[in-house]
Write a protein that binds this ligand. Structure first.
Ligand code: AKG
Ligand code: FE2
Length: 342
């Protein structure tokens, strides 16, 4: 058992003690067990954090979850409640247990304290719930698809409307971006290739040029880079390539819970197309010819955050022998930070 009786008796002190850097796995196990059924739910949260960093067993997590679930609401009320709820959800997401009752209770507590969650905490907690759901826990996402106050709508664009942003990327950036593409794949929409026949390639964050373009696109909506999904390139080569009228909005509840809605789109043209290939918004009576380096920007949601169905748009086919491909980048800006990592 625990060495030298050095384990504090006071519950909160014991929780802190478990988090000290030099604890052994045995000490953490014994300490967590000593805290089961204690009066101090924050100490139990700390025990779960300590177990997570010491590779605690599913059995230990299950016992802590059962003891903690009825009291987690008290943790939400503390000054650093949102932070504690997120860390606890992360600890349980890090181990292969279902912990449905605990996640359910965390969800309720978080909804009650929603106003005090910042954007990162909001996104992190949403992702822990996605992990719990992927393990089979039947729990509602903690929040809706709407972002917290501080990431709320900051775009300066006219709604509804589409703005052409001239020289959004330079020719050097275009060359660099095209040089990063390793493979073009047939485009899919909801797993089918029917409504569009273009090719796509995706560029993940981490390269300088990708991060700069992502940051520029997110800034159009007053948000920072991590709200931008991986850049999605699209290429059309001939008259068989087109994209029927569609919305960029997401419907999948799991996707919405993970990264929130696609608040806005920045469509960057990497080539000039002399004939065909226009991007058309039938409900707004707008049509744009692709010009290399320019971008189109629009909001997919209303200022209240609801899907704006007037943003339907399509990409026309090119003439039979265009001589030149049409290539564009979709920068989709999500409501939650961290969307670049999804
Ligand atoms: O290529 C275009 O002009 C539009 C592409 C588009 O709307 C999309 O990929 O979602
Ligand atoms: Fe689109």
């Amino acid at each position: 058992s625990v060495r030298g009786g050095s384990m504090p008796v006071d519950e909160r002190e014991l929780g802190m003690w478990l988090l000290a850097g030099d604890r052994t796995s045995l000490e953490v196990s014994e300490g967590a067990r000593a805290l089961l059924g204690c009066d101090e739910p924050l100490a139990l949260c700390m025990a779960s954090w300590a177990l997570a960093s010491h590779g605690g067993s599913p059995q230990e997590f299950t016992e802590v979850a059962a003891s903690l679930a009825p009291r987690i609401g008290e943790v939400a009320a503390l000054a650093r409640g949102p932070e504690a709820l997120v860390s606890t959800a992360r600890a349980f997401a890090s181990v292969d247990v279902v912990a449905e009752t605990l996640f359910d209770a965390i969800g309720r507590a978080a909804r009650g304290a929603r106003e005090r969650f910042d954007a990162d905490q909001f996104a992190l907690l949403s992702r822990c719930f996605a992990v719990a759901r992927s393990r089979g826990a039947v729990v509602d996402p903690p929040f809706g698809e709407d972002a917290p106050r501080e990431t709320a709508w900051k775009a300066k664009l006219k709604v509804p409307g589409v703005e052409r942003l001239e020289r959004f990327v330079s020719t050097e950036e275009i060359e660099e971006i095209l040089g990063l593409v390793e493979e073009w794949r047939p485009s899919l929409v909801h797993g089918e290739a029917s409504a569009r026949t273009s090719e796509t390639a995706s560029l993940a964050s981490g390269r300088r040029v990708v991060d700069e373009v992502s940051a520029r696109a997110a800034a159009v909506f007053g948000l920072d880079r991590s709200h931008c999904e991986s850049l999605q390139l699209v290429r059309y080569r001939d008259d068989r390539h087109f994209y029927e009228a569609h919305w960029d909005l997401l419907e999948d509840p799991d996707q919405l819970a993970l990264g929130g809605q696609r608040l806005g789109t920045v469509l960057v043209y990497l080539t000039t197309v002399a004939e065909g290939g226009e991007t058309t918004f039938p409900d707004l009576d707008l049509s744009f010819r692709p010009t290399q380096g320019d971008a189109l920007a629009w909001c997919n949601v209303t200022p209240q955050g609801d899907p704006d169905l007037r943003t339907r748009h399509s990409a026309a086919a090119l003439p039979r022998s265009p001589g030149r491909d049409k290539v564009a980048i979709n920068c989709w800006i999500r409501a939650f930070p961290g969307a670049d990592q999804l």
